[in-house]
Ligand binder design. Structure first.
Ligand code: ATP
Ligand code: MN
Length: 479
């Protein structure tokens, strides 16, 4: 018989039909005459209950139905008497597809800690929590491509191996086929990269922006959505060494258009999750509320679905860096020296504690901070008339801090070249990038949305390691 997915089965709710279901056993409860099995196949957060008459089936087979085992069941869909679902399956035929020895199988039908699940990342797809996250992650990937397709963007695959180390977004991982024990040296004693695979020094990309900008100058509206790598040794709950980034780049857009795009895009994604992942969001919401029960009322966070709707209903605050510094300087945690990094003067880089203060305490909604000091931002950002700031924008979200970093780009050839020289970036590496300003230059803007930061927000999870299937972090590349 052809397999029916559990999601389809629960949607169709067709009592009386014969079906085949396959999946992994979550729990089994047995009484004298019947056994109840909760089966899940990943298609939905919900399990289907299988009812087996213990006098009909082989004792050995029944014993093999343990948590984690894979089984196939033929049976009749009947109205459920007890379970939370309205239907269940009366089993007629049972096949054990793959046993899971209970003495060895690490997942039990109880709640496991997220830390423990990370240690068994190869099995955590079978947990309710990670199943829900995986479905939402897929949904968000799809919605990203749908949004851009609807709005006339073209997807560009930018390179993962880059020959430039001037992407300006963090420490890079080297890519080389040289034998580290026998490195070829130049006459002056440096490593001779002309002998390396690409004949030059190469790295894993930290951003697809520079390349996607060249596609913009011809295609007008483009985006890249790919893996990026940063060898930053920051073991935080918001940083990965390998993460996915969405980077749109739009010709003829200035900073205001860029902010409009970022806000509309984020709201679209959040609305999409609410429309398509309500069961999974409800599950995650319940889980979070369970976790927060112990906390005093004023320390509990907003309920997940309420929080998502709250972002949709409110316009993001748009604030200059200079205004933000004034707010932070005069804030309670700054005056009482509660911030780890105190804000003393204009020019200070903002830490996540400051970003979260602005969003959660001061404005109480998402904030777009613009017009940062040039000294703390990348070389390619549009220089303002004041000579001090650049047309940068960071979108700050509750619980996360920075979710998007972007800017209007410097389209003036002379100004861009001057900045590159000032910062000591080798111009010979930048020739192709500078060419976009030399030939048919246009005003343009773009940004980078960290996909896992978006996932943190949408799922309400607290640690970025729990929203990507196989996290890469310092000292950790298992699986
Ligand atoms: P942060 O200050 O939080 O480290 P950043 O300023 O280095 O971020 P950008 O270079 O502007 O970030 O990158 C664009 C986006 O990519 C960020 O807004 C964030 O959403 C995401 N991002 C940056 N670094 C990481 C990381 N190590 N892991 C996951 N996401 C990241
Ligand atoms: Mn960073």
């Amino acid at each position: 018989m052809k397999r029916t997915e559990i999601k389809t089965l629960l949607q169709e709710n067709a009592v009386g039909v014969e079906v085949n279901v396959r999946g992994w056993v979550r729990t089994k409860r047995a009484s004298k005459n019947v056994a109840f099995v909760a089966l899940n196949d990943g298609s939905t957060i919900h399990n289907i209950q299988i009812v087996l008459d213990v006098n009909v089936f082989d004792k050995n087979d029944l014993a093999k139905i343990t948590t984690g085992a894979a089984i196939s069941v033929d049976g009749e869909v009947v109205a459920s008497q007890g379970s939370v679902q309205s239907i269940e399956i009366n089993a007629k035929r049972l096949e054990i597809l793959g046993e899971a020895n209970p003495d060895e199988y690490p997942l039990q039908p109880k709640k496991h800690s997220l830390e423990f699940l990370r240690e068994i990342a190869h099995l955590r797809f079978r947990s309710s929590t990670f199943g829900a996250i995986t479905r939402i992650r897929h949904s968000m990937i799809f919605a990203v491509h749908q949004y851009f397709t609807m709005h006339g963007f073209f997807n560009i695959h930018t390179p993962i191996i880059t020959g430039s180390d001037a992407e300006g977004a963090g420490e890079m991982f080297h890519v080389s086929t040289l034998d580290p024990n026998h490195l070829p040296k130049t006459e002056t004693g440096e490593i001779d990269y002309s002998k390396d695979f690409f004949g030059k020094e190469t790295n894993l990309t930290v951003s697809g922006q520079l390349e996607v900008e060249t596609a913009m100058a011809g295609m007008s509206k483009v985006y890249t959505f790919g893996p990026t790598f940063r060898a930053e040794n920051s073991n935080t709950s918001r940083h990965l060494a390998e993460f996915w980034m969405i980077e749109p780049e739009v010709a003829f857009n200035d900073l205001i258009d860029n902010m409009d795009l970022a806000e509309d895009f984020l709201k679209y994604l959040i609305q999409y999750a609410l429309d398509h992942n309500s069961d999974d969001l409800q599950f995650l919401s319940n889980r979070l509320q369970e976790e927060e029960k112990g906390k005093p009322e004023d320390q509990r966070s907003m309920e997940l679905i309420e929080k998502l709707k709250f972002v949709l209903e409110n316009e993001f605050a748009r604030v200059t860096y200079t205004e933000a510094i004034e707010i932070l300087k005069n804030s309670k945690p700054n005056k009482k020296k509660k911030f780890q990094y105190l804000i003393e003067e204009w020019g200070a880089d903002l830490q996540s504690e400051h970003e979260r203060f602005l969003v959660e305490k001061h404005f109480q909604k998402p904030v777009i901070l613009i017009d940062y000091p040039a000294s703390i931002k990348a070389f390619y950002m549009k220089q303002s008339e004041d000579g001090k700031t650049v047309r940068a924008m960071d979108v700050l979200f509750p619980q996360i801090g920075e979710i998007i970093g972007g800017s209007q780009r410097e389209e003036n050839y002379q100004k861009l070249k001057r900045r590159i020289t000032e910062l000591g970036i080798p111009e010979k590496e930048m020739w192709w990038y500078l060419d976009t300003r030399k030939f048919g230059t246009v005003v343009h803007s773009g940004f980078g949305l960290g996909f896992e930061r978006l996932m943190l927000f949408v799922t309400g999870m607290g640690n970025i390691r729990d929203v990507i299937p196989f996290p890469r972090t310092p000292q950790n590349a298992e699986f």
